[in-house]
Every structure is written in C-alpha cells, then in structure tokens.
Design a binder for this molecule. Structure first.
Ligand code: RIB
Ligand code: CA
Length: 313
C-alpha cells in the first residue's frame, strides 16, 4: 500500500516538533509533501526556523519547509512563549538550520499541491492556528472538496480551555480561521485537549525517550522536560501533554483513539468565550455533524508507537 500523502501545517513548539519527528520516522506509511509554518506558539520567523531545525535533527534536510501567514485573519497574534520558551523550542541546544526555506508561500503551496495531486489523496495535518488552511480555502474554494481529510489538534469540550477558561490555544488564536475550516465540508478529525491531556509524558516515558540514546531521543526528552513544567504547575499533572503527536499517531494507528461524529461550531464573537469549540457531544441540537471529535486515547499504546518510531531516526 502506498504511503499516505500529508501536508503538516505547524507552529513549532516542542509538541509540534515531536509530531513532525514521528511523521518523518514513518516514511512507509506517511509521505510528507511539505511542512507549512504558521505564526502561533511563537512568531512566524521562529516557527519556520524551528521546523527546519527539526527536519535536520531527523536527518531529513530535503523536506520542503514553507513560511505562511504571520498573523491571524482578523486579530492580533497571541503567542505562547510562557509555555514553549522564547525560541519556541527551548530545552535542547540544537544547531541553527542550514537547509533553505522554500521561496513559495505556504498558502500557495497548499493550493497548488491540492490542485496538482489527484482529488482525495492529500491529508492536511494542522498542528497550530488554522490561518494558513483557512486562507487557502478562501483564496481557492475549489480545493476544499479535494482534501482527503483534515486531522487537526485543537479545541476542547470536557477539558474546556487552556489559554482562556473557554478556549484551546490553536482555535483561540484564530477563531475566524477555525470557523472557515469547520464549515468547509472537508472530512475533519479533531484531537482536542480531551484526548491530548491523556497523553502525558510521565517520568518513565521521558526516560524511555532518553534511553533511545540517539540525538533525537535525547532532544525529545529535553524538549518534554522543558515543556512539562507549565502543565505540571497549572494542572498538577504527571507530565507534558503531547498534544500534536496525537495527530501523527492517529494517521499511523487510528485504533488508538475513540470519539464521536458530532457537530462542532466555533465561537467568534463573545469576548467571554471567544474561540470555544461548542461540541454537541450529547447531540442535543439538530446541527449536522461536521467532524469526528476524539474523546479517548490508549496512552500506553501511543507512547509505545512513539518511542519505537523515534528510535528509527
Ligand atoms: O493547545 C495546544 C496547542 O497549542 C498545541 O498545538 C501547541 O503546540 C500549541 O500550538
Ligand atoms: Ca502546535
């Protein structure tokens, strides 16, 4: 069976980095057509730099990395250095990238790729704010029906918000973009905080990364050790929630996850609940289902897959 063609849209971020490494460690199952970067955890000049750092850490300097939108569609950029550090990739000391950034704008790459590849063969994997994806859909309405699936990390229902009491960061940063994507008609699978907060890097799991002994294993252990301090202090949790790698793990082993096909709409007006994913989990409305919203993950299976694959790099 040929590898699944994917575009990773990302705002690295330590957890984005692990998601990218997992994808690059799985070339038999996943063909990464390109990595498109967006402003989110840190500003765009850092997210595109971090994406190239991660590709070189993986020993894959030929992966095409593109810079995309540097601000949300209609709002001022909100970043998360308080979680990810000032570089967005704090923790390990990694060399500056030498691979070139692609000259094409990320949005043009997304549009051109979806038009060039056979319809229904390309999966979009957004790991950050949805600005690039929404801009592509606005500029080229013909491409949404050509998308095989959108598998994104974002939103929350039972876990409610992490950047405000009501909203998860990726959706909160650009709620208008999220609204466009969730109304696009493309098949969507959502990895919300409800799932990612069950994928925690415990001490033992972090040691398993470090015991790989490779530059990748050690760097991932250092990334998650840095990244975990915020969530441990805030939630008293056992370790860092590996949000974005849930997207890649779903592509590799969907059976690790369970969820429901439900309606999700995005709050784009109320200052109190801006960016909230209003998930009709209990189907109390007649709003048409528009996504598969995940609610649980087999955490041990997730970490077994992740550790085994990281050891391949
Ligand atoms: O809320 C978690 C999400 O926001 C993750 O994708 C993390 O990388 C940040 O982008
Ligand atoms: Ca991210």
């Amino acid at each position: 069976m040929s590898a699944r063609k994917i575009i990773i849209d990302t705002d690295p971020g330590q957890d984005d980095a692990v998601a990218i490494l997992l994808a690059l460690a799985s070339p038999e199952e996943l063909e990464v057509l390109g990595i498109t970067c967006v402003a989110g955890n840190v500003p765009l000049p850092l997210t595109e730099r971090n994406a190239r750092i991660v590709c070189e850490l993986a020993g894959k300097p030929d992966i095409k990395v593109f810079a995309g939108c540097d601000a949300p569609l209609a709002r001022k950029l909100v970043t998360a250095e308080h979680v990810h550090g000032k570089t967005g990739l704090d923790g390990p000391t990694l060399p500056a990238p030498t691979m070139a950034l692609q000259p094409e704008h990320a949005v043009d790459f997304i549009i051109n790729t979806l038009r060039a590849e056979p319809s229904g063969t390309v999966t979009l994997c957004p790991l950050g704010p949805l600005t690039n994806i929404a801009t592509a859909f606005q500029r080229a309405p013909d491409i949404a029906p050509r998308v095989a699936e959108i598998v994104l990390m974002g939103g929350a229902y039972f876990e409610v918000g992490n950047i405000t009491p009501a909203a998860e960061f990726n959706i909160y940063v650009d709620p208008e973009a999220a609204d466009i994507v969730f109304r696009s008609g493309a098949p969507i699978t959502v990895m919300p905080l409800d799932v990612t907060h069950k994928a925690l890097v415990t001490r033992a799991r972090n040691e398993a990364f470090r015991s790989i002994g490779s530059p990748v294993g050690i760097a991932v252990a250092q990334m998650t050790e840095f990244f975990e301090r915020y969530d441990k202090e805030k939630y008293g949790s056992e370790g860092a929630p590996l949000h974005d790698p849930c997207v890649t793990a779903y592509l590799l082993q969907p059976g690790l996850f369970t969820g429901r096909h439900i309606n999700v709409e995005i709050e784009t007006h109320s200052p109190l609940t801006l960016g909230m994913t209003v998930a009709d989990w209990w189907r109390v409305t007649n709003r048409a289902p528009n996504c598969t919203f995940m609610g649980n993950v087999n955490a041990d299976g997730f970490f077994a897959l992740l550790t085994e694959r990281l050891a391949r790099l």
